[in-house]
Write a protein that binds this ligand. Sequence first.
Ligand SMILES: Cc1ncc(COP(=O)(O)O)c(C=O)c1O
Length: 373
Amino acid sequence: MSQIPPVDLGRQYANIAAETNAAVLEILNSGCYIGGESVTKFEARFADYHQTSFAAGCNSGTDALFLALKGLGIGAGDEVITSTFTFVATAEAICMTGAKPVFVDVTADSFNLDLEQIESAITPQTKAIIPVHLFGRPVNMDRLMAIAERYNLKVIEDCAQATGAAWGMQKVGAIGDVGCFSFFPTKNLGGCGDGGAITTHNEDLLNEFTMLRQHGSKIRYQHDVMGVNSRLDTLQAVILSIKLRHLDRWNKQRAAIAQRYTKLLAGLEEHIQLPTAPEGGTHVWNQYTLLVKDCKRDALREALQEKGISIMIYYPKPLHLQPVFLEYGYQSGQFPISEQCAHEVLSLPMFPDLSIAEQEQVVAALQTVLPQL
Ligand SMILES: Cc1ncc(COP(=O)(O)O)c(C=O)c1O
């Protein structure tokens, strides 16, 4: 019985080793490791892929969110609405600007913001909404943009887990005021280290962002505002340029794997709720995440582990219950669906090179274990 990892980046590298090695060696030999043409070329390709006017790199998805918010003028005294069921960085970036994160529950079939609940969270202080395209599933951006327009709110799309996803004909990241991406290695487009980027049609925001990422400077050694050091380095940029050429194929492979899981797991609905793709959107399956009913999640995890199958729990605690956000006074029970998700979610192995045999092994294990729990 082979071990099945949740993700295997070594296999992805093996697919593109020759072209990656040549490009990396070229950079190493050039002696130019920060900035340069490789970074600007990647930014242009990333903008082109998203059909946005601009893209700009930085050193993480967290910084992309933080600097995008700051670039839009959001700070102390402002409120920003987002999901409580997401990775901490989404809300962390809001707090880093001095603004307050205002959490909203998700729906259990999408793991995304419950669009019915956004309006009741809006106050005179609300400046923006951050929809998170969690697990690669796009938020219904027609409905979200309609709400934002009605209340004149900025929309910062958290696309960290959804590079290549689309709502209608538009890629996520090209619909709101700005899209924020992470190139953490396990993302759909992941580097060999940290990295991030924004996409936008707004030139003023691009200028603010590029100034903030460069120590608040437009002219060398003149610093107009308080900024940070947040660069997408040259090696990451060349690696990401190569991987971007493969992204659509990899996303199709992920979709085929998701479809196969869904087909093979049919019949277990008594025990698990399977994820779905939204009508009107293209899901890119960064994760294939189930809900395990009747408090059996942790037992299932252990049983799968014993059978050599590593699964992941994204995320075991919603943000409103995290100690770091206690100061905002949220209560247990306030966002029941997110709390339910935190207790029930389980993500199966998912990466483009996962083999059919491995998938069958995962499914066979679930079919054996679930009825026994
Ligand atoms: C939804 C979401 N937002 C933001 C981030 C932050 O990205 P990074 O790790 O590149 O800072 C992540 C990373 O896991 C994420 O999943």
